[in-house]
Design a protein around this ligand. Sequence first.
Ligand code: ZN
Length: 373
Amino acid sequence: MIGQKVRAVVLAGSNIDRDRCLPEAVRLMRRSKDMTVEGVSACFDTTAIGDTPNAPDYYNAAVVISTTVGPEELRDALRSIEDVLGRTRTEDPNEPRTIDLDIVFYSDLVKDFDTWSIPDSGVELHKHVAVPVADVAPDWVHPVSGKTATQIAAEMSVTSDEATPSRGPDLSLPYVTRSVGFDIDSDDVYAPRLEELIRSQLLEIGEDPEREGLRRTPLRVAKALDFLTSGYTTSLEEVVNDAIFDAEGAEEMVVVRDVEFYSMCEHHMLPFFGKATVAYLPKGKIIGLSKIARIVDVYARRLQVQERLTNQVADALADVLDPHGVGVVMEGKHLCMMMRGVQKQESNMVTSSMRGTFRSDARTRSEFLSLVN
Ligand code: ZN
C-alpha cells in the first residue's frame, strides 16, 4: 500500500479464447479492489510475434487505471486475474496465452525489477503495445524518452508487428462486454462462484435448479446482478470523461427533470426506482446533459438507500463542476415496501440534497423546488 493514488497503464493481450478472455480480464479489473478502471482503449487485432509457428492472432487493449497499491502489489493483483482466466506460464515468452496483463507505465516510475521493468520495454518496440496505449492515453509521457504515447506509436517502424482496430468486443462500457461471443444457451459459465451461490439459494427455497426453466437461471441472475451493481466498478472520471465544457457567463440554473433511476435497496436487495430532478448553477463549467443520467446510474447501480443515493449524485456534480450550487430531488417506489411488510403500495419516498447556494439561498432553492413539481 502506497496510500496515495497514482495512475498506471496496463496492456491486456489474449490469443486463446480471446473473445471471452480479453473482455473478462477487463471485467475482473473493474471488479478488483486494487484498481479503478478509468478508461479502456479500443480492441486491436494483432499478429503474434516470435517464432511460434501458426500462433493465433491476438486481441490487445490498453487500460488506464488508478490505484493506491505499489507496482509489485499491482502486478500480483494482475497475476491473480491471469490465474482466474487459466493462464499457464512457461519459459517461452511468446507461448499462446488466455491472458497477459502487463504494467506498461506506473505514474512516471522508472525501475528495474528482477525479471521485469517499468516502463515496459515493449511500448517502444511493438505496435501491439504502443498503438493501444496511444489510443487510451495519447498524452502519456514516457518517463525516459520524454515522448508522448502518440509520438511513440507514430514513429514506430512500419516493419513492426501490425496492430489494427478490430471488430472484436467493445471494451469501453462495463458489462456489455460479455455479450460478445457469449452464448447463454451454451454450457459456459459467467461468474462461477456467484452462479454456485444462486444454485444453492434455489435449493434452499425448495426449488429444483435442474428443471428446464431454472437450468440457466444462476447464469442469468449472475449477469443481471453484475449489471445492476456495475456502479461499484464504474468511475466518475470514466463517465464524465471529456463532457465538461467551459461556459463563461453561463449563470442560469440548469435543470434536468425526470431522469429515470433503477436501484436496489441495501436492506432487502429489492428494487427501488423512480425519477430524479437534478439542477445546478454553473460557475464557468457545464456538463453534457446525457452525462447527468450516466452519473445517476453510477450511484444507482449498487446497493443503496435513497437518501445516500441522492447525496452522492449531488456530491458528484459538485465535485466535477465546482458550481455555485447543486440540487437533487429523487422520488422513488420501493418494492420492499410494496411487496412485503406494510404493503403500502401508494407510498413514494422523496429525498432531496442541496449544496452551495441551493442550501444557503432561499430564492435559489425555491426556484428549483418550483421546477421540480
Ligand atoms: Zn428495502
